[in-house]
Each structure stands twice: as structure tokens, then as C-alpha cells.
Design a protein. Structure first.
Length: 524
């Protein structure tokens, strides 16, 4: 069965024209080609979509390999000094690059630094030695294309079957070589929904404190924030609540996002939050991202479309989270994670402050400030897969409290337009955040009323939607130049205020055409 899965994968690659170059390699006596790493793992897991293909070519020296590849497609020499080529075959229809490398061995400088290795490539090195330098057993398997044989020297197949994340060899040594491997281990556990093997887990707990180490004699991180950001976003987007738990239990949360730990044991009014403290509420929010209630409310729905339409996700598909629609899923998940982080800093209690109940005045503003600062510090915007915008994610946090029914009733139509009918803000994610927050706030009484603010806001959006088509509302009747001409005034803030008043009148249906708009402005 294992052999069949990998043979099918090779057949698919052959059909795509991605393996035409192998004929020229095999023409060299003694040459061998191996498919290695994640593609082998994913094929054995029956994944439908496999994107990254890595090959190891042995028995042929590097210059000759370069010549063969250059005659068969486009070669990027960026990794040549490490024995690695980025290669796009001529016959490959989708123009995707594949990695082709000579067998390598790595000598760690034992700094724990990302890529702090002396790398030697050797065409005569055995595939076993090459696989032995890899991080986890499930990533240390190879498929011998010539002999159609699976090479599994470290028990990767068994660990796949048992759903276990386990390092190749000594876990303590693997992490001491490269501390970022610990975050990769957490990601794979979330991505595959696997358990981390006990010794591997204990090694993570022991070495997690080194994530923030600086390079000796330098003011540079051993594990760059760009690497941290890549692992953190992938982990939380794939499986938010498992990521939340593993980051907490492993100590990664304390190292990277210690502000969140203040939510533990921060009490909330039990009549609106009988689910528990702020930490428990936040965890429930992340859990509810995979709830039927959320999926049924937002499954591929665009709130502004008259008909339900599907949109292709920008987020890579995963076995854990398939319900995403277009939009920055990473921004929504991070906003949910941080939406109440300001509560411990703003808490007021009857005992200490003489308030009528536990209150968190302006915690939304404090949460947004803390969140944006952390998003920028962690360089979450550096991960190209997600196109994460710290400012937009922090805006979601800052506005998550506007779902109070009183606030919704008093909100101007022009504000609704700005939040939900423009490309400046992601109003759909804000609606999702508001729904999740209400869903995860367990009231002791009148539980259905917790959605009153959300439902009222959706109702007001739908009322505005009738004025136009989808997210496109009618254009303003007058522009700034026309207002200045009518009132014989110069450009300035006052013109903007008049335009705002005029737009509110138009969206409220009190002004129905340009003539009425001109008369209204003259009265102002």
C-alpha cells in the first residue's frame, strides 16, 4: 500500500512533466534519485494536494548535475554552495520550482541558531546519512525512484501510523542544534493532529527558554523573528485551540507572548461569563472557530452578496481547518487570541475600586495597543503566505466591543459604510470576531440575548445594502470641490465635516438626489 501511494505520486509528477530531467541523470552510471521529506510524508498520509518536492541526487558530481539541469530547464544557483539547486523543468506546466540537492551532512555549531550549520555535500554520501540530519522521523523518509523502494531508516512510517512527532535520534541534541525545530514540532503536531512523543516533548520543555537567546557577542536573535513568525502563524491558523494549548504547556507562550498569560485567573462577571476567567474565554473563542454554529453562520458566505458564493482561500489547505473563506484568516485568529488581553490591565472590582461589578473600561483600546506592538515585534507581516497586516489585525481588536446593542443603535450610517463597505477595513472579519465573542460568552440567564448586538448590526448592514449593490453603495451626490464652490470656502477640515454630514443624510434616505444635496449644503 505504501509503495502504491508513492508510485501514484511519481506517476502524477511524470504526467505534469516534472520528472523529464531524471532521464538525463540516470544516463550517468551510478547516479540515483530520491524523493525526500515532506512530499513522501504527505503521500503516505494520502494528502490530495502536495506542493513542495525535494529530491536528492547521488553518484553525480555537482558541476555535471548543474549542466544536466541547465539543459533541461531553468536553474537557480542560489543554493549551489550548499549543494542545492532550485529547478523549474521545461516540461513543467505550472512553472513550479523543485529543490534538487546532492546528499549532505551538517555539522552543527551547537549555538541553537537557525541555519548555524557547516554543510558539506558529497555525491558519494549515502541517503541514510543525508536523512539522518533531518529533524523528525516523519520527515526523514525517501523514495528511491530507480528501485521503487521506500527508505525508512528511522521509523517514520511507524510514527505516521501511530500519529507521533518524534525527532531523528537524540531529541536534546536535535533541538540544541537548532532551537527553531521546537516550533516546527509544535506546528507538525497541530497540522497533523499528532501527539508529541514523550522524550521529544520533555526536550522541548527543557530548551524552549532558549528561543529568545541572542547570538554570542551580537544583538541578533539566535532564532530570528521571521522564523518565529512563520511557525507561529502556520500553527495557530491550522489548529487554533491546539496551538493555544501546546504553546502554553510547552512554555512557548511565555517566551513569545507572555502578555497573554496575564489572562489566567483574571475574573469576569459570572452572569455574562460563566465559562470562566479571561483565559478560558479566549480558549473557548478559539475552540468555537471550529464549531458548527460558526461554520453554519459563515461557511463560504460573503455577508454583502445577495447570493451565497464560494471564494478560493488564500490560506493553504490543511486537514484541520477547511472552513476558511477569502480574507486574512491569520489576522482573524490573532485578533481573537488578543482581543481581551487588555482586561487584566484594566480590571476594576467592587472590593478594590468600589465599582458596582467587575469592569474592564477601555480594555478594547488597551488590547489593541498591546496586540499591535506584539504583532510588530514578532514580525508577523514577514510571512508572505498570509500577508498579515498588524494594523488591520489590531483594528479588529480595537473594534470588537462595538457589538453592544446600544452602540449599534447609535452608530452612524457613515461609520457602518467605513467599517463594512470599504476595502480599508475587513468588516467581514470583524463580524466573525463579534459572533465568536458572543458565542463564547456563556450567560447565566437570557442566553439568546447575547447575539442581540450582532444581529442588529447585520440588520443595519443589510438595510444599507439595499441602497446599492453588494459592498458598492451609491456615490456621494457632491464632492469637496462642489461643496467649496457652493459655499465659496477654501479647502480645509470644515469641508470634510460637511461632506460627512451630507453623506450621513444621504445614507439615511433624507437626501435623495444632487439637487436636494445642494440645497442642504446651502442651509449649512
Amino acid at each position: 500500500m505504501q509503495k502504491k501511494k508513492l508510485e501514484n505520486l511519481i506517476d502524477q509528477l511524470t504526467t505534469k512533466g516534472a520528472l523529464a530531467w531524471t532521464r538525463n541523470v540516470y544516463a550517468k552510471k551510478g547516479a540515483n534519485i530520491f524523493l525526500v521529506g515532506g512530499a513522501v510524508r504527505d503521500a503516505l498520509l494520502n494528502k490530495k494536494e502536495i506542493k513542495d518536492y525535494d529530491f536528492v541526487v547521488s553518484g553525480i558530481e555537482i558541476q555535471e548535475l548543474e549542466n544536466i539541469l541547465s539543459a533541461s530547464g531553468k536553474v537557480d544557483l542560489v543554493g549551489k554552495k550548499f549543494g542545492v539547486f532550485k529547478f523549474v523543468p521545461q516540461e513543467n506546466n505550472n512553472n513550479e520550482a523543485i529543490d534538487i540537492a546532492l546528499p549532505r551532512k551538517e555539522i552543527s555549531l551547537v549555538t541553537g541558531g537557525y541555519r548555524d550549520f557547516k554543510i558539506d555535500y558529497d555525491e558519494q554520501l549515502s541517503i541514510k546519512e543525508d536523512l539522518g540530519r533531518r529533524d523528525f522521523t516523519i520527515n526523514a523518509m525517501a523514495w528511491d525512484l530507480k528501485n521503487k523502494k521506500l527508505i525508512d531508516e528511522f521509523g517514520g512510517v511507524k510514527d505516521l501510523e501511530n500519529k507521533i512527532i518524534k525527532t531523528v535520534g537524540n531529541a536534546y541534541e536535535r533541538f540544541e542544534e537548532d532551537y527553531s525545530r521546537m516550533l516546527r514540532g509544535l506546528r507538525f503536531a497541530c497540522q497533523l493532529d499528532f501527539k508529541i512523543e514523550e522524550i521529544t516533548w520533555q526536550a522541548i520543555i527543557k530548551y524552549i527558554q532558549h528561543l529568545n537567546n541572542l547570538q554570542k557577542g551580537k544583538d541578533e536573535r539566535v532564532v530570528p523573528y521571521e522564523v518565529v513568525a512563520n511557525e507561529l502563524l502556520k500553527t495557530f491558523v491550522i489548529n487554533p485551540v491546539r496551538a493555544f494549548d501546546l504553546y502554553d504547556k510547552s512554555g512557548a507562550m511565555e517566551m513569545l507572548m507572555p502578555e497573554l498569560l496575564q489572562m489566567k485567573n483574571c475574573p469576569q462577571p459570572v452572569n455574562w461569563h460563566s465559562e470562566g476567567d479571561v483565559w478560558q474565554h479566549t480558549r473557548l473563542c478559539l475552540l468555537n472557530l471550529m464549531s458548527d454554529a460558526f461554520k453554519n453562520r459563515f461557511k463560504n458566505k460573503i455577508i454583502f452578496d445577495d447570493k451565497v458564493k464560494s471564494r478560493k482561500s488564500k490560506v493553504p489547505s490543511s486537514p484541520r481547518l477547511r472552513w476558511t473563506s477569502e480574507g486574512q484568516m491569520s489576522e482573524l485568529v490573532m485578533a481573537i487570541l488578543w482581543h481581551d488581553v487588555g482586561k487584566p490591565y484594566k480590571i476594576q472590582t467592587p472590593e478594590k475600586d468600589g465599582t458596582d461589578r467587575i469592569r474592564f473600561n477601555n480594555h478594547d483600546v488597551e488590547s489593541a495597543k498591546l496586540a499591535q506592538s506584539k504583532f510588530e515585534e514578532l514580525k508577523l507581516s514577514s510571512v508572505p503566505e498570509f500577508d498579515f497586516d498588524p494594523e488591520k489585525a489590531a483594528w479588529l481588536v480595537a473594534k470588537h466591543h462595538l457589538f453592544d446593542p446600544k452602540t449599534v443603535k447609535e452608530m452612524k450610517n457613515s461609520t457602518l459604510e467605513k467599517y463594512f463597505f470599504s476595502n480599508r477595513h475587513n468588516g467581514e472579519d470583524l463580524l466573525k470576531l463579534g459572533f465568536i465573542d458572543a458565542l463564547s460568552s456563556v450567560w447565566q440567564e437570557n442566553e439568546k440575548q447575547r447575539f442581540d448586538g450582532f444581529n442588529l448590526l447585520v440588520q443595519r448592514i443589510n438595510e444599507l445594502k439595499k441602497l446599492g449593490k453588494g459592498k458598492k453603495l451609491p456615490q456621494a451626490f457632491l464632492n469637496g470641490n462642489e461643496v467649496m464652490k457652493i459655499l465659496k470656502m477654501k479647502s480645509g477640515a470644515e469641508v470634510g465635516k460637511i461632506l460627512d454630514i451630507l453623506r450621513e443624510q444621504q445614507l439615511s434616505g433624507k437626501i435623495r438626489n444632487k439637487e436636494e444635496a445642494m440645497q442642504f449644503v446651502k442651509k449649512i
